[in-house]
Every structure is written in C-alpha cells, then in structure tokens.
Design a protein around this ligand. Sequence first.
Ligand code: PHE
Length: 342
Amino acid sequence: MEALLQQIEGYKQEIAAADATNAEMAEAFRIKWLGTKGLVKAIMGEMKNVPNEQKKAFGQILNDFKLFAETKYEALKANTAADIATGPSIDLSLPGDAIAVGTRHPLNIVRNQIVAIFRRLGFAVAEGPEIEDDWHNFGAMNLPEDHPARDMQDTFYINQNPAWLLRTHTSSVQARVMETQKPPIRVICPGRVYRNETISARAHCFFHQVEGLYIDENVSFADLKQTLYFFVQEMFGKDVKVRFRPSYFPFTEPSAEMDISCLICAGDGCNICKHTGWVEILGSGMVHPKVLENFGIDSNKYTGFAFGMGVERITQLKYQVNDLRLYSQNDVRFLKQFTGAM
Ligand code: PHE
C-alpha cells in the first residue's frame, strides 16, 4: 500500500511538471497517461491487490489521480489547439478590416428614378441593341440617306460593315417597338448612345438617354406637355417651372425643346444656365405621320408623342456634376459621394 501511494505521488509530480508546446506533445501525454496501455490504467489494475477494508479509501485516491491526469491533459490540449488555429500570440480584441461596400453609379441612380416616374404613368421599359442598322437608327425615323439632319448626330460606323453603326439615339428602340407592337404603345427606352464628338467637359463620345413614345387614338400635344410637366415636378420638385421652345426633329412635327428653370441659381443666372435662368433638358414632339406609316400604323386613326432626354444632363442638374468626363473615369472619390441613393 505504502509503496503504491508513493508511486502515485511521484506520478502526480511528473504530471504537474509536464508541458506541451504543440498538439503532438499533448497527444503523447494522453497516450502515456490516459491511453489503454497508459500508466493510469496500469495503476488502476493494482486495485485487486488492495485489502478489502482499504478498497474504498484507495479507490477514492485512484479516482482523484485519474481526474488529475485528465484535467492536465485538457489544459495541454486547449493551449496547443489555440496555437494551431491562430499562431502563438494573437490579439483577439483587434478590430477587423472593414470591407468597402460599392455604390451605385450616379447615372444608374438617376436612370432608375426617371424610369420609376414613367412606370407610374403606365410606361413599359423597352431595350434594343447598341449596334444598329441604318434603317432603325435613321431611315425609319424619317432621316433618309443624304438628309441634312443626319449631321445633327455625328455617327460612328462599323468598319467591317458600313451598314452597321453605333446607335446615336434610343429612337432606334422606338422603331423596333413600332415594328413589333400594335397601338396603344406606351414605352420608355433607356440606354447608352454614341456620337463622334471630341471629349471635353461638355461633350462625350457616349452618353445615356431615356426616350419615350406614346401612340394611341386622340393623343395630343396637351398630353405631351402634361406628361413632361408631371415628370419634372416628380424629378425636381413642385417649384420647378417649364417652358417649351419650337424646335426641329425629322421624326416629330411639331417639335419642341423643353427647358426648366435653373435649379442651381433659381433663375438669377449662373454658368449652368449661361445666365438665362433656363436649362434645356429634352427634345420632344408629335410623332411624324411618316414615321407611323413606316410601320404600318394608320396616321389618320392614331397620333402619338415622343421625347428624349440625356441622363447625364438630368444628373448634372440633380447633383451639380460639372464635367461629363467624371462619369466614366471610375474615380472612387467621385463615385462614393452617391451612397444611399436608389
Ligand atoms: N432622338 C432625339 C435625340 O437624340 C431626341 C428626341 C426624341 C426628340 C424624341 C424628339 C422626340 O436628340
């Protein structure tokens, strides 16, 4: 008995002094002491040699010893597990690196707003190809070859096939809608368009439009005015004023350009409105009978209005962006200013 107790005491000292700096050492400890052929098992086996009257007290001592070894093993394991997962000395209280969240492009924000306003009036969204043929971009829109008004929109042609071009306006999408749908037609056509212009703060070789087309019986110029007036009030607020100026587009007759009162200077005169108090935001007019007839729509029965606006211009007025080039430079310092918008 005495010898056994001494042996257990010796084991306990050895266990207390044991150390493990990695997971393998902790596992070696487990095998040596707690494994099926381990020393704890072996000393448990001595129980059968203990006299009956001492079995209870000795059993207690053995259980304490076993628990002692197990506790030590758990501690060694916990220490070395942390080492494996994260390296020896990490500070878990350090804040993490924030992941930068992207933002919507200002042109997308404004395009979405324009689309949402017209959707509430019952307009559906139509889209079409950016590489177009001459017919959908020009011919069908009452711009036959050698028509001088083609010079209003300097066109990029495709080298491999001069019958193809980059659309200069999304009127080409209106053409595709009239080709496939019967009146009543009520669509808006958002999209990117291309014109061969020298890039500057005020002009770019591509920009974005939202054009609209409404064809039904008894559509009048009053409908056009009221629709566009509703649009600017929703877009810029109830205080904005509008005016229409006679204009010319080959695909509309009569045609008008619409100005709104300058939001930057409220009419006092500034650079944006060139000191007139007004800024032009869109072109519009009653669809030319020839355009309707091009698509087999009876111009005695149906009339329609159309309009087209530049998304860049609307965005400039909304957010006071004064250089068109900013929109396509992908400078995060510019783009991140438009967080939180739709
Ligand atoms: N297509 C014209 C342009 O791009 C805009 C417009 C559309 C004008 C419809 C009148 C009617 O300049």
